[in-house]
Structure formats: C-alpha cells, structure tokens
Design a protein around this ligand. Structure first.
Ligand code: AMP
Ligand code: FE
Ligand code: FE
Ligand code: ZN
Length: 302
C-alpha cells in the first residue's frame, strides 16, 4: 500500500486540477491520496469523482494557523486536517475568512510589485482558470515566471517572495488551538505539517508540540522533503514519546515545486490510527449526524 497524505491542486497553489491530481496519483502507483489544499475543500468533489478504481481519495485540507513559538514570539504553523465535515459552520466560516484574507493580502503584495515596475498583470494573478482558488504567493511567483522576470518559482521566492522578503506580508491566520478544536468538533483529525521544515525560519519548540498534543493533535508529519533524515529521526522519537501518529507526504504542488507525487508516504498502520482517532468509516468519509462514537478532543488527547 502506498499512501500520500499531502498534496495540493489548483483549488489552492498547486498546478494540477483535482482530476489531474488523482490521475497523477494513480500513475505514480498510489493506493491512497489525500487532497490537502490550503484553506479550502473546493477540490474534494472533483477529486473523488475522478478517482480511478483502486485509488482511494482521502478528503483533507492544510490549515494556515499561528502558534506561540515557545520563545515568546509566534510562528506560522500548517495543520493537515483530514476527514472532517466540510459543511460544519465553523469550518465554512473560518475557511471563507482565510481565503478572503489571502486574496486581500495578495492584492496588496501585487500592487506593491506593480508599483515597483514588475511586469505582472492582474488577469494573470487574479483572473486565471483558478481564479476562485485559495490564493497564495505561488500565484505571484508564476506570474513572475511568465513575465520572464525569474526562471522558476523557486527563484521568485528567493528574490522577491520569501518570508521577510521585500514584498512579504503576513496574514491573520487561525490560532492553532482553535483550529485543532474546530476540526475535532467537525469530526476530523489534525496532523502537524512539516514541523521542522527550516525554510520559513520560524520553528516552534518541542514544548509547544507537547502542548498541542494535549490540545488534541493526533499526528505529526515526519516524512517530508523539507526535513532531512536526522530531523526525521528526532521527530520519530518525539512522536513515540507523545503517542502521535507518524505521517508522510509529498506536499506535491504540480509544477510549482519539484517534488513528485508519492515522493514521501504514510504507512497503512498510521492511516488506520489516524482515521480510527476520528471514528471514521474506512474510506474516510464523514460518518453522518450520529457522532456518539466520535471521541471528543479531550478524550482523544488523553
Ligand atoms: P502563502 O501561503 O501565500 O504564504 O505561500 C506559501 C506557499 O508558498 C507554500 O504553501 C508553498 O506552496 C510555497 N512556497 C514557499 N516557499 C517556496 C519556495 N522556496 N519555492 C516554491 N514554493 C514555495
Ligand atoms: Fe503551498
Ligand atoms: Fe505547508
Ligand atoms: Zn502543503
């Protein structure tokens, strides 16, 4: 069984449509693929409808959250959320707020870039085929590539878009504990995404991970391209100490990143433990209005 629990479609900042994403997953020999777009569930239906026989699509999302960093400051933390009710009012409201925030923030960054003479157009960034998408910096990066200003998305980040860079702007992300509780209330589970990926530079301490586990976190993403083997080893032993489920995923973004789908995977036992924590059907779908057998966040964290 090959299971990739972290991928993006053009419902957020990937370049594949959800249908292309599941086709790529099948072509890579995956048995299970989770679609985890940033702050949206808009790709779920298309992905599920397009899944070929033998490929299971696990519905998910990657939530933008803000956490204490454990050193008196704060850090951006990504939470992978799976198998939650996408219609839960709190989820709908918060994801809509974040997507609006993403759009406003990208608009300000776009205006500043244009004011500085960068030859990108509004239509490219806001009016393309994925204009309803959950927008992020990769949408600006691609416009810079198309304009010939940079040779790659990676170069766009290095020169213009990196955190703390000349055009970088913060967002008002969801407080991480609130996000964990919101997903638990919607019947789902949360996994701390790439906790020690050094790229952003702002990392949370182990003490914070312990606290988030107490707040209901179910798993931690260990096998991720931005975490090297020694880092993964540290995270694996932390997961064992805290009873967190170990996951892995490619963080596939189509041509916006170089990582192929299926490059990192999750064990079947981990997937079972994850879904078990949510009291889900085996295919990961929402079990319905009767939540009597879904443990509360508190029971789960014990
Ligand atoms: P945002 O959510 O708008 O702050 O943008 C963050 C997104 O940019 C991440 O989800 C990645 O997909 C992408 N990203 C961040 N750093 C890089 C990089 N160096 N190269 C390519 N993509 C990146
Ligand atoms: Fe992304
Ligand atoms: Fe992420
Ligand atoms: Zn991701």
């Amino acid at each position: 069984m090959r299971i990739d629990l972290h991928t993006h479609s053009n419902a957020s900042d990937g370049t594949d449509t959800p249908a292309e994403l599941v086709a790529a997953a099948a072509a890579a020999g995956l048995d299970v693929v989770a679609i985890t777009d940033h702050d949206t569930t808009a790709g779920w239906d298309e992905a599920r409808a397009a899944a070929p026989p033998g490929l299971r699509v696990l519905p998910g999302a990657e939530l933008s959250t803000v956490s204490p960093d454990g050193r008196g400051g704060s850090a951006t933390v990504h939470l992978l959320a799976y198998a939650f009710d996408p219609k839960a009012p709190a989820v709908v409201r918060e994801q809509a707020r974040l997507r609006a925030e993403r759009r406003t923030r990208l608009r300000i960054m776009f205006d500043r870039m244009v004011a500085d003479g960068l030859p990108i157009t509004e239509a490219e960034v806001f009016g393309g085929p994925d204009s309803d998408a959950s927008l992020g910096r990769p949408h600006l990066a691609r416009a810079l590539v198309r304009a010939g200003v940079v040779g790659s998305v990676r170069e766009a980040f290095e020169r213009y878009l990196h955190t703390g860079g000349p055009y970088y702007l913060r967002r008002h992300d969801t407080p991480v504990r609130r996000a964990i509780a919101m997903i638990a209330d919607a019947g789902g589970v949360t996994v701390l995404a790439h906790p020690l990926a050094h790229r952003g530079g702002e990392l949370i301490t182990t003490e914070v991970i312990v606290e988030l586990t107490g707040a209901g976190l179910t798993g931690i993403e260990v096998d991720h391209a931005d975490q090297d083997e020694p880092t993964r080893g540290r995270l694996r032993s932390l997961a064992a100490d805290l009873g967190l489920v170990v996951t892995g995923g490619s963080d596939y973004h189509g041509t916006n990143k170089r990582i192929p789908i299926g490059a990192n995977t999750t064990s079947p036992a981990s997937l079972e433990a994850l879904l078990g924590a949510a009291g889900r059907r085996p295919d990961g779908t929402f079990a319905g209005p009767d939540r009597a057998n879904v443990p509360s966040a508190q029971e789960r964290s014990g």
